[in-house]
Design a protein around this ligand. Sequence first.
Ligand code: APR
Length: 233
Amino acid sequence: MTLSDKYKSIVFFTGAGMSAESGVPTYRGRGGIWSQYNWEEYACQEAFDRDPQKVLKFHELRRQSVLACQPHSGHHVIAELEKTHPQVRVVTQNIDGMHQRAGNRNVTELHGSLWRVGCRSHGIVEDMGETFKSCKCDQCGSWLRPDIVWFGDMLNQDVISEANLIVRRCDLFISIGTSGVVWPAAGFPRIAKESGAYCIEINPEPNEMSSLYDEAIRENAGRALPALFEINK
Ligand code: APR
């Protein structure tokens, strides 16, 4: 009996390590985005207010680098499971849209998306592609802000409530590639555990949250997921 036969409701809780083998850099650790770029210059509202063009340029570079990457076998396993298993959900901290590119539809994006921009007065619009379709709102002319949760931002309460509900209801919670330091996302493993889910961590490196899990797989996501679900993609 495989895990997907044994459990009814599976949550994949993903962080930057999920996309690492696709070539998208993680945030922390060697080669991490925040060791190359100072987030105070690129990833907070103050930076955007100070110099919107500089921040938009940075995000355009990230869009280009993400578009050059492809989902890996681990992404494909999760997408395949969603097709065959009605209660598979992805709750992700990633903004790269890689799960959707692999074919997942049930994705809750906690930290927003590189592929949306917004204006305070006129709302959020989807904007796919290497470059932004427009950097200014066509209705009021203000700079369009990437729809991303930056340092110091409040998370969207509706998204958090949805994620909370999904995590509380699952019976299998699999965390993949997160350092577990950014809240409130870092609280989800405990919520899953306290709600009675079996919790598995996939991460080559342990972290402060690791003791919470019932099982740890110290492997890369691209190797661990096909083996865990006996699916080769
Ligand atoms: N497979 C699985 N895990 C991996 C892999 C891999 N191939 N490669 C690296 N990892 C693990 C690392 O060991 C680390 O624990 O992925 C984790 C990446 O951690 P972070 O870079 O801190 O990413 P994340 O936890 O997603 O960051 C949370 O911080 O700046 C913000 O908003 C940003 O959503 C992001 C949030």
